[in-house]
Design a protein around this ligand. Structure first.
Ligand code: MRU
Length: 349
């Protein structure tokens, strides 16, 4: 299975996803500014992965800080946290991971930890976040594969695979687990304009694993569904709020079409993607460079001067979601909210 990053003790190596599938180029990052650039330019992308690499960005800030006092070190890490948080606004995992590392460091400083201990704790917490992400994805796969019948064709959008996470994937984790359970599965991947994560990354990742995949353009979804070619849809998520799911632009269209054709629409995501105290009104949808729409790769396809709208995500109301698969099980939307508000009051799971 493809690796998306590697922690090398004092450096973070990332697979540059902007170069895939043509070239597998690994970049070594040693400063939080480089991590922020990699997230912003989408060299690393996918909600869980940007959380993981941001946590390592804080570890790099702690390791690289010349501060001699805990307060000085915390100030340096806090500055890196602000920078990393400013990279991409929609996926909640970024904020979740940064707050988690900052929380650990803050508590340790309060009980009198010195600078060396704070540096060690920052690295350990980032490693833990990455390890837990893989474990959560495997559990998502274990729960989700039960929803996938033998012989099924599964449609997925964007890339919610090993490349979007610390490993194994969320939506692709469900598909991987179904294949590992001995089922014969085919995948239909949508190309995912404008940045083509489906064509460039999902197709690449599945082919590498020998999982049969067929690529379609985004505007073929309705036709393909109307022909009875899709048994279920599984997508990932960037942020799940009380009233629905933010995911890659185009997800909403697929969900509405799935409803029209009576096809189950599942969302697979770890609990680090849940933001159930918020609703869709509270979330900023990232708008990206118009050039992503006017160009395909380096080639301009639209006339100079045309107005462009380029939101990176859309919102799918819960009424279109059949169920949400997390590491804790499979939940109907109303069950998800009940389960996680209850589990929060009962303490850590
Ligand atoms: O803009 P991207 O490529 O970071 O968007 C990624 C997605 O929308 C994924 O579907 C989502 O993050 C789930 S990844 C497990």
């Amino acid at each position: 299975m493809l690796r998306s990053f590697e922690w090398r003790g004092d450096k973070l190596a990332i697979l540059d996803q902007t170069r895939l599938p043509g070239e597998e180029i690994w970049l070594e990052l040693s400063r939080p500014e480089e991590v922020a650039e990699a997230i912003k330019k989408m060299r690393v992308r996918g909600a869980p992965l940007i959380g993981v690499v941001a946590a390592f960005g804080l570890a790099l800030a702690a390791l690289g800080s010349g501060a001699r006092t805990p307060d000085g070190l915390l100030a340096d890490v806090r500055e890196a946290a602000e920078l990393l948080k400013s990279t991409r606004p929609t996926a909640v995992n970024l904020f979740w991971a940064i707050d988690r590392v900052m929380g650990v460091l803050g508590k340790a400083a309060e009980r009198g930890a010195g600078v060396d201990e704070l540096r060690r704790l920052a690295v350990e917490e980032a490693v833990r976040i990455a390890d837990e992400d893989i474990q959560m994805n495997r559990r998502i796969g274990m729960h989700g594969e039960k929803l996938v019948p033998d012989g099924a064709t599964v449609m997925t959008h964007c890339n919610a695979g090993a490349l979007a996470t610390a490993g194994y994937g969320t939506a692709l984790g469900v598909i991987r687990a179904a294949v590992e359970a001995g089922k014969s599965i085919r995948v239909i991947a949508t190309e995912t304009r404008p940045l083509l994560q489906g064509a460039r990354l999902t197709a690449y990742e599945l082919l590498k694993d020998g999982i049969p995949v067929m690529l379609i353009t985004d505007n073929m979804v309705g036709y393909v569904m109307s022909k009875g070619m899709v048994d279920l849809v599984v997508v990932g998520a960037d942020r799940i709020v009380r009233d629905g799911v933010f995911n890659k632009i185009g997800t909403y269209t697929i969900a509405v079409l799935a409803r029209e054709h009576g096809i189950p629409f599942y969302v697979a995501a770890p609990s680090s993607t849940l933001d159930l105290s918020r609703s869709s009104r509270d979330v900023v949808v990232e708008e990206r460079d118009p050039e992503e729409v006017t160009h395909v790769g380096p080639v301009r396809i639209a006339p100079e001067g045309v107005e462009v709208f380029n939101p990176a995500f859309d919102f799918t109301p819960m009424r279109y979601v059949t169920a949400i698969i997390t590491e804790d099980g499979v939940f109907k939307p109303e069950e998800l909210i009940a389960y996680y508000s209850q589990s929060r009051t009962e303490g850590p799971r």
